[in-house]
Design a protein around this ligand. Structure first.
Ligand code: SF4
Length: 331
């Protein structure tokens, strides 16, 4: 009988390294041990049989300590603000070191293979979409609550028969790596539901390395097909490069990947078409969820062209492109 492989997150917790207590290590030493773990992981990620360093602290312990130290000069995402979040300083995401959530509950609205999920809605974001559908929860940080990862781990244990996956959503989860690792460490070993990193795909290079071995499934939003629209509508620069760097890393990590694309009215030729072409050409094995539920939320209601839902012609055009490009879709 073949055994179901453990989720990625569970295996990174089981991978022990012969280092001292991470709390006693310098930043340089933490990076050394994290890189050492990464090399071992990339060699033998499928199973830990024959793994020789079975004493000491886990690779996940090192990730947590390293993420906590990096908060003193935050580089979790591509904004690379280098602010000291431990001292209450804030960067683009406006978050200090305290992880904040707007809610955490059973959610049926994700793609069929992921639902039902236990969704953790993080406050704060690495983009500022003027059509944001969750803008109150995302940008009004005071309206959220401080997350206690241990309490959440207890809830996830009690509720484990009710959900198929655990989703880290927002906003976006990139600014919360320290909380995610604390949660992953606190989860009872019997909680083996895959961890879904549902994000803007804006992790920095170090953020990507840190998430490797923790996320079981990546679910990035591919928002725009060119840098100019991305800047005008979501206030991020160098968008395509950032998104593709993240997507390439997810694929290389060997994690499951599912891409989302929200069709924005009036942005079919400049954004939807190039997004679909890139996915078809460069990521043919990756499934995509084409979302037609755009609503003129947040600041979009006052923007001519963005102040409406998609019309029938636009929906039909996208369906024709999906067929022409032979994209694998999920809903
Ligand atoms: S998570 Fe990103 S946006 Fe937030 S402070 Fe760190 S580098 Fe800046």
């Amino acid at each position: 009988m073949t055994q179901t492989p453990l989720p990625v997150r569970t295996r990174s917790k089981a991978m022990l390294l012969s280092c001292s207590d991470p709390a006693t290590l310098s930043l340089k030493e933490l990076r050394y041990w994290h890189d050492k773990g990464l090399k071992i992981w990339r060699k033998q990620v499928p199973d830990l049989a024959g793994f020789s360093e079975q004493s000491g602290f886990s690779w996940l312990d090192i990730k947590l300590e390293l993420a906590r130290r990096l908060l003193a000069s935050c580089n979790f995402c591509v904004h690379n603000c280098r602010v000291n979040r431990l001292n209450g300083e804030t960067g683009y995401c406006r978050l200090d070191a305290q992880p904040r959530i707007s809610g955490s509950y059973l959610h049926w609205g994700e793609e069929a293979p992921l639902s039902p999920t236990w969704a953790v809605f993080f406050s704060g974001c690495t983009m500022h979409c003027l059509y944001c559908h969750n803008w109150r929860e995302t940008f009004d940080l005071a309206a959220g609550a401080v997350l206690n990862p241990e309490d959440l781990a207890n809830t996830l244990l009690k509720q484990k028969s009710r959900y198929r996956t655990i989703s880290l959503i927002g906003g976006t989860p990139e600014p919360q790596l320290h909380a995610i690792f604390e949660l992953a460490l606190a989860l009872d070993p019997s909680v083996t539901a895959p961890l879904v990193f549902n994000s803007n795909a804006t992790l920095s290079a170090e953020g990507l390395d840190l998430m490797e071995g923790v996320a079981d499934i990546y679910l990035p939003d591919f928002k725009h097909g060119n840098d100019s629209c991305a800047w005008k509508l979501t206030k991020i620069s160098d968008y395509l490069n950032t998104f593709c760097n993240n997507l390439n890393a997810y694929v290389q990590q060997g994690a499951a990947v599912l891409v989302r694309h929200l069709v924005v009215p009036g942005h079919l030729e400049c954004c939807t078409r190039p997004v679909l072409e890139m996915l078809a050409k460069d990521y043919p094995g990756v499934a995509v969820n084409i979302m037609h539920q755009y609503r003129p939320m947040y600041k979009a209601a006052d923007r001519p062209g963005l102040d409406r839902v998609l019309d029938r012609d636009e929906r039909e055009q996208v369906a024709l492109w999906v067929k022409e490009l032979k994209l694998r879709t999920v809903a």
